[in-house]
Design a protein around this ligand. Sequence first.
Ligand code: ME8
Length: 652
Amino acid sequence: MDRKKFYITTPIYYPSGNWHIGHCYTTVICDALARFHKMLGEEVFFLTGTDEHGQKIEKEAQKRGVTPMQFIDPLVSELKDMWRLLNISYDRFIRTTDEQHVRSVQKIYQKLYESGDIYKAEYSGYYCTPCESMWTEAQLVGGKCPDCGREVTLQKEESYFFRLSKYAPRILKLYEDEPEFLQPKSRINEMVNNFLKPGLQDLCVSRTTVKWGVPLPFDPNHYAYVWIDALSNYITALGYMSGDDSLYRKFWPADLHMVGKEIVRFHAIIWPAILMALGEPLPKRVYGHGWLLIGGDKLSKSKQEQARGQLTDPYELVKRYGTDAVRYFLLREIPFGSDGDYTGEKLLNRINADLANDLGNLVSRTTAMICQYYGGNLPPRGKTEGVDGELIALAEGAFKKVKRAMDGLNAPDALAEIFNVVSRANKYIDETTPWLLAKDESKQARLGAVLYNLAETVRICAVLLKPFLTESPKRILESLGCDAEAGFDTLTFGGLKEGVPIEKLPPVFPRIDVKKELDEVDRIVKSKKKTTEQKKQKAEEVQVSEITIDDFAKVQLKVGEVVACERVENSDKLLHETVKIGEEVRSIVSGIAKYYTPEEMVGKRVVVVTNLKPVKLRGVLSEGMILCAEDKDGNLALVSPEKEMQSGGSVR
Ligand code: ME8
């Protein structure tokens, strides 16, 4: 029989750096859902990735004097490191600069153009660069972006438009016919009242001023609007419109697009309209989750959070408290669908109350008592009596409740069900007082039964916790002599065999001294803030300061001749040149593939920075930099000696 499929996606992240714990929220939730469905035996495809085109990236790279790819690559690596740190089990990491994605986006545009859903007209509107969003004058709030409140710029250009307005009635009908499509329910009202009722306008889907993007196949002076490029990832990642679309046929439509509430309108209006125009099925569900707030505002990339004395850096948090603790906080603390405050104190209190006290104590008390009274071998199950029935029923019934909560995507409720069993088991210890039973010869059978019931409850809780916490449940299962890979098919009470060796576990989550830890965090945050300010100041000084002739002399510039040139594999931006500089031959990678073909490059005299530290770009060694001039639109032209000049000559 065919296994049930489950296709789940996170949004693709802007590679902006300054990653904070708010960024981790969407992806940790998706990871718990993906793991849960895998444990249900379903065939899961979990997609995440990066959204790499657009004006924001183009500008940031320009500011730093590097190519967009040089700017993005390290940030993408950082993001992948962060997902590794949090044990995110994605099946594919898509980058919108992947060649296959770019080609499929071009085919999507071509199809929409041919069907008449994309047409050319004059665009005039307000653009918010940080949000990559376009607004009409009427939509602005106090002349600023209605989403983020920042400055917008008036832009006028000839553009291509998507007939979004045509799809408004079908989208309204979608919300009526399939209320499950967009959740929580309140988001439907937001979409209807804020966007659909006032009337949808056609959407401008091309730019000529932003060149860091996907060129349109029918008019290469125009580049795809980043949101169309980005949303398409959900299908291009499955090979849509590529040579191999088997994954698309297998997994589309998506079971769930999990997104933050600020990007619901892209996913619940624009995305279904594009899919309708393409004649493709719609995703089954879009969920717009709430935000992690700090001091009442959305936790964001700006340095604000550090000013507020909170540690928000996921690397630092995982280093201090561990992956499971950070995952647990994110999954448990914020009522699902709503916003929730983040403070270090809340995080520490959660760790102490639930993980160190409730779960940690239960595990260490249970394993310690089995070691102390039974030499580390599990006693037989024995007779069920007194309060046993209640504990067993709760442990056995937990899966059903957890599943119900997870069907509603509600990880906080699912965890609450599991911790309900944990608390009940702790209470059971107090009720049955095993230490008193141990003192009474005639109560040995009862002591064995009590400890068995406890060990079995711990085992069931550990299996149930596996989608949420990725390290401690495995350690707990191993200490009970169980397979760490145990799945939901092992949840019947009584699975543990008499006599299995039980290992005494040290506290799985050590208790943290909140006051001491908060003082330490305060110190770290202050010193980070100082370092950031110093760095910023230094960068500003470097930008404005004059340099002496000696400074300039440190840069060695020479005339070179390009003797061979080819494209860098899997990149449509990079060329790999072989450059002769006097007697020496160097390998150099430059981001100029959009402006020169390899054939045009061969024979060119260029100016090369020859004393740059060599680096590898896309695996190719680059031993220098070819100088280019750049205009305000980001167009590049090679800098060459104006008269015939031998290679190896110096430039001064
Ligand atoms: O929006 N609390 O990317 P992104 C909760 N590239 N979630 C938060 C958060 C917070 N304080 N801050 C960020 C984009 N997020 C687009 C998506 S999809 C086709 C293109 C979440 O890097 C945010 O809500 O700005 C989103 O789900 C994710 O981080 C990535 O945001």
